[in-house]
Design a protein around this ligand. Structure first.
Ligand SMILES: Nc1ncnc2c1ncn2[C@@H]1O[C@H](COP(=O)(O)OP(=O)(O)OP(=O)(O)O)[C@@H](O)[C@H]1O
Ligand SMILES: [Mg+2]
Length: 421
């Protein structure tokens, strides 16, 4: 393979995706296909659906997650149908923060990383194309240029919905650069990219004394403040916080409940009204899916604190439990080995199965049912269909399987122990 030839072909493919034109041309585009005007929530659902959805015995399976997530079919179905799908249809759940809650090493971060990567790839397809006002630090939806009074007519004409206001920076540029001529405003296609900080934001908690709210909402630009003389001049402000940059896509709050509460206040209005307050500006609109993750003990102490009631009411908690199927656990181990430098090393035929059975046993709860011990229970939670008796036992056992698996420490030890293998 000629590496450099491949690289230039790859570059050419990307260059083909570039598009730029006036707002008028963008409107013409929307006339033929209104999908670029979809919300961030719809974009995430469309991305998942674009990989294909299959229904097996009344249960939906999503090809997108099947590549990397094993044994969590029910949890994933609940997550997609109850949150992503409903939010995509603009139901009220989209006004909530999605909180993935589950034991350590249960796959929460993996799910969020998959969503981010999936969005990046989706924005490179025709169906997932994202257009934004050229030069806007928040890659703003161009339809925000349309005055509120005219929106109902435009919405009817184009078959789209327009929510949100122009950001302070675009408002100023519309006045100064374009002299108020909306149709001449330049629009471009943007590609969602975590590296380039387009459409994906990540916030992770650190020392609350040194961490600044500016990490989320942007900050005053001290290099230009003397030039423009006022803190309320958008040119003297950097709209480069994570919430700004995640506009049109996804905002990840890593270990959300470890954050100092001052960082979470902005989320109250962002989730409910779709805007947040930054600097000396009016509320700034943002269209983003907020996904956070945490483990169970932190969630318990969070809900125990009455002060957190407002935030709690704006969350939708999705449990991500441990996998309880031996065959699926084997697939996880095979995946982890495949990702390591040890994939060429021969592993004894039943080693992965033994490790998987061990892990699953640590996650099951003792049952009081006569003649049913943990090993039998473990057998009936595998996906194998070899014995005729399996089905009825399975049904009986379900009620005794703990939803969240074993204490964190056991899972952690078992998975580390396994990796040494
Ligand atoms: N159900 C699963 N299917 C596939 N891989 C899994 C599954 N559960 C865990 N893993 C793998 O285990 C590793 C740890 O998972 P991950 O970091 O996503 O867990 P987490 O829930 O975010 O944990 P923590 O609470 O410690 O942050 C990853 O490599 C992940 O791919
Ligand atoms: Mg994690």
């Amino acid at each position: 393979m000629d590496i450099f030839k491949r690289i230039s072909a790859y570059k050419a493919e990307y260059e083909k995706l570039a598009w730029s034109g006036t707002f008028k041309e963008y409107i013409e585009k929307l006339r033929s296909d209104p999908s670029p005007a979809m919300t961030a929530h719809a974009r995430v659902y469309e991305m998942i659906a674009s990989y294909g959805i299959e229904e097996v015995n009344g249960q939906k399976r999503y090809k997108f997650f099947e590549q990397e997530i094993f044994g969590l079919d029910r949890a994933i179905e609940k997550l997609v149908e109850e949150y992503f799908h409903s939010a995509a249809r603009r139901l009220d759940v989209r006004k909530r923060i999605l909180l993935l809650m589950g034991p350590v090493s249960g796959g929460k971060s993996t799910i969020v990383t998959m969503l981010k990567k999936g969005l990046e790839r989706f924005s490179r397809t025709d169906r997932g194309a994202v257009y934004a006002i050229k030069g806007c630090p928040m890659h703003e939806e161009p339809l925000h240029l349309i005055p509120h009074e005219l929106r109902p007519e435009v919405e009817r004409e184009l078959g789209v919905r327009i929510e949100g206001n122009l950001c302070p920076s675009c408002q100023m540029r519309l006045r100064t650069e374009y002299d108020g001529n909306i149709e001449q405003v330049m629009v471009e296609r943007v590609l969602i990219s975590e590296d380039n900080r387009v459409g994906i934001g990540t916030f992770s908690p650190s020392d609350p004394k040194s961490q600044d709210i500016a990490d989320l909402t942007g900050s005053i630009d001290f290099s230009t403040i003397t030039e423009y003389g006022s803190e309320s001049d958008p040119r003297a402000y950097r709209f480069d916080g994570e919430l700004n940059k995640a506009n049109r896509g996804l905002m990840e709050f890593q270990e959300m409940l470890k954050c100092d509460e001052k960082f979470l206040w902005n989320l109250l209005s962002l989730t409910q009204e779709g805007n947040f307050k930054a600097g000396r500006f009016a509320l700034i609109s943002a269209d983003e899916l907020i996904v956070a993750h945490t483990n169970e003990s932190e969630y318990k102490s969070f809900i125990a604190n009455k002060k957190n009631e407002a935030l709690q009411s704006r969350m939708i908690v999705m449990p991500i439990p441990y996998n309880l199927k031996v065959t699926e656990e084997e697939k996880i181990y095979a995946k982890l080995i495949g990702q390591s430098d040890m994939k060429h090393i021969h592993i004894s035929p039943h080693a992965l199965r033994a490790a998987a059975i061990f892990s699953i046993l640590t996650r099951l709860k003792e049952t009081k049912k006569q003649g049913m011990d943990l090993v039998k229970k473990c057998g009936c939670t595998t996906a194998r269909k070899s014995r005729a008796t399996r089905k009825p036992i399975s049904r009986r056992c379900k009620t005794n399987i703990p939803r969240k698996g074993c204490p964190a420490s056991i899972r952690a030890t078992s998975s580390t122990g396994f990796r040494v293998l």
